[in-house]
Design a protein around this ligand. Structure first.
Ligand SMILES: [Zn+2]
Length: 187
């Protein structure tokens, strides 16, 4: 674990455990180091519990994504073929319904997000790891990215599009988050 201290305009000490398990402390300017060390000692139980939670979460994520091994070229190629076979029919259905046309569809082995849309170029990216989600959750991601061709931001107009074209979007978003957290195998 690493401890990172940031001095800023604040009048109290605060801390958080970040994704990689490091401890970030925010302190008022000119706080003496001994006061920060005391603050860490006083909160040792909280820090340990927060780190434990972070490690558990990271392990669960690793287990989830590990269900789709992409270490060899054959595995990657097989994943491209499978994901395209799943997503193309969804794209046909929803581009017609929504009256949109992406310029290019790209599949990538990304874990940080399920999809991305560039409204200006019309390009949509999908994560290969969508293969680990139930199809109805994948459908939600497809509609979400297509809706970005109409609305760039996640504002009320964007959510109105989801309400119209994929009314179960909130439920799908929740199920997707739970799938990653719980390492639930794909259905
Ligand atoms: Zn979005």
């Amino acid at each position: 674990m690493e401890i990172k201290i940031t001095y800023r305009r604040t009048n109290r000490l605060s801390m958080r455990v970040v994704n990689n398990g490091d401890l970030h402390i925010s302190a008022p300017h000119l706080t003496p180091r001994c006061a920060i060390d005391q603050f860490i000692r006083d909160n040792e139980a909280w820090i340990k519990a927060a780190m434990r939670r972070q490690i558990d979460y990271n392990n669960q994520r690793a287990r989830f994504y590990g269900q789709l091994p992409l270490g060899t070229r054959e595995q990657v190629q097989a994943a491209y073929i499978r994901i395209d076979a799943m997503i193309q029919p969804m794209l046909r259905k929803y581009t017609a319904l929504m009256g949109v046309r992406p310029s290019r569809i790209v599949y990538k082995p990304i874990v940080s997000r399920w999809g991305a849309c560039n409204k200006r170029t019309g390009e949509i990216n999908f994560s290969l790891y969508l293969l680990l989600l139930p199809e109805w959750c994948v459908e939600h991601v497809v509609v979400h990215e297509l809706a970005h061709l109409i609305e760039a931001n996640h504002g009320p107009k964007f959510h109105a599009l989801l309400d119209r074209f994929y009314p179960r979007w909130k439920e799908a978003r929740k199920a997707t988050r739970e799938a990653v957290r719980g390492g639930v195998p794909a259905v």
